[in-house]
Structures are given as C-alpha cells and as structure tokens.
Design a protein around this ligand. Structure first.
Ligand code: ADP
Ligand code: MG
Length: 233
C-alpha cells in the first residue's frame, strides 16, 4: 500500500528570545494510506508538536514532509490554507467549535469555505450529523451540547468534506469513559471505510485499538508497535 504521509528528519526547536527548546530531534515517519496510526508518549514528549508539523499547522525547523504527493514545506501560505481545506480534517481535544454557531452551522463551515452554497452546505452538514446520531441536536449551540456531543460535532465537521486524512489530537482527553468509547468507535468506523487517521493519545487502551503505535520519547520515536499486521502486508 502507498504512503500518504512521508516525513524525514523532522526537527523542531522552539525559540523564544535566547531560549531554545529542542522538541523534535530527527523523526522519520511513513503513514500508509488507510492506516489508523496512533502517536503516544508522556505529557510534554512532543506529540502535539509532531502532529502540527505533519498537518500543516506549523513549520518544522528542518526536515522533509510529503503529504498525498505534495511537498508541503514548499507551499506558500495561501496554498497551505487551500491544501488543509481540500485534504485534511482536524479533531482537537477542546472541540474548537464556534460558540455562536449551531451544530449544523459549525459543520457547514468547511463547505462554505470551499465555495458551496449555503443551502447545499447546510443540507450536507445535516446529513453528516445524522450519520453520527446527532439529528436531534442540529440546531443546538455548542453550550447546549454535552462534551461527547460536541466532540461528535467536531468529528462531523472534520469529515463533512471527505478529507483524505484526519488528524486528531487527544480527542478523548476531556470526555468520560462512555463518550470516549463513542468517539473511538466512530474513528474506527471511519477508518474501516478507508479514512486515514493520525491520532495522538496518551491512553494505551485506545492506542491498542489502532493499527500501529509510535512511541515518542525525548524528541525521537523510540518504539513502534504494529498491532494490525494485515494492514502492512
Ligand atoms: N509554542 C511553543 N513554544 C515553546 N515551547 C513549546 C511550544 N509548544 C510546545 N512547547 C514545548 O514543547 C514540548 C512538547 O510539547 P507538546 O508537543 O505540546 O507535547 P505533548 O503534546 O506530547 O504533551 C513541551 O516541553 C512544551 O512546553
Ligand atoms: Mg499535546
């Protein structure tokens, strides 16, 4: 199977004033198309930093990153924005929903940004929410939803325009066990249908349910656990 992400020699050093903080110290990663990859490591290990580099939310200090056939580090800012919009979906631990917009309006945003008419965008957003079991909540504001429901809305927003890759940073961190289960099952289900997913988590039990775990420690990948060997034949 082909690699949808190929990253080589990724280094990231945060610089503020005279203080340099090396966080990523040379990381090579390949992600297969259709893989559900998890990135694990203790708090402060650099998991979020690594995900931001791979998902065009930040720029590494050095290294090479190819995503879906594009050398993403050569893109100009505007091209990057379009690339994110057209290829990638994001799910964060704090949901990152717009508080003034209803569930269906939040989910319609990526479609509006891509130029879809408001009528069509709302229709498609509603269908996606329905698929995730949120048909009764479409007109609720985020403040009128539970944490688990807000996370499902943010997953709906991430998948509404069928991105090639979903990046998810600790999607279950703020959820109770029951809602976390729903979110993990949802991601697994999307992956079964072919979606490539890169998920940061510090919960071993969820990592174990993905295809492969990369363990990050001291700015390097110090171990790889292949769980679903069938995917890597
Ligand atoms: N914007 C930033 N500026 C300076 N240091 C940062 C910044 N973001 C993260 N760090 C530092 O980088 C390290 C890794 O952070 P992070 O990637 O968030 O770790 P993790 O997600 O594994 O908990 C931490 O020591 C953190 O303080
Ligand atoms: Mg983090």
């Amino acid at each position: 199977m082909k690699n949808i992400i190929e990253a080589k020699g990724i280094k990231k050093t945060y610089i503020s004033g005279k203080i340099e903080t090396p966080v990523l110290k040379g990381i090579d990663i390949n992600v297969r198309e259709g893989e559900f990859l998890s990135i694990m490591g203790r708090s402060g290990a650099g998991k979020s930093t690594l995900m931001y580099q791979l998902s065009l939310l930040d720029v590494p200090t050095s290294g090479e990153i190819n995503v879906d056939g594009t050398d993403i580090l050569s893109l100009k800012n505007r091209e990057k924005t379009l690339f994110r919009l057209n290829h990638l979906g994001y799910v964060f631990q704090d949901y990152a929903l717009v508080p003034e917009l209803t569930a269906v309006e939040n989910v319609s945003l990526p479609l509006l940004l891509r130029g879809m008419s408001q009528k069509d965008a709302i229709k498609k957003a509603g269908e996606t929410l329905q698929r995730l079991g949120l048909e009764r909540q479409i007109n609720n504001l985020p403040s009128q939803l539970s944490g688990g429901e807000q996370q499902r809305v943010s997953i709906a927003r991430a998948i509404v325009d069928e991105p090639k890759i979903i990046f998810s940073d600790e999607p279950t961190a703020n959820l109770d066990a029951e809602s976390a289960r729903v979110v993990i099952d949802l991601l697994k289900d999307l992956n079964k249908k072919g979606q490539t997913i890169v998920m940061v988590t510090h919960e071993e039990e969820y990592g174990r349910e993905t295809d492969r775990i990369l363990h990050l420690s001291d700015g390097k990948i110090d171990r790889e656990d292949v769980i679903n060997h069938n995917k890597f034949k």
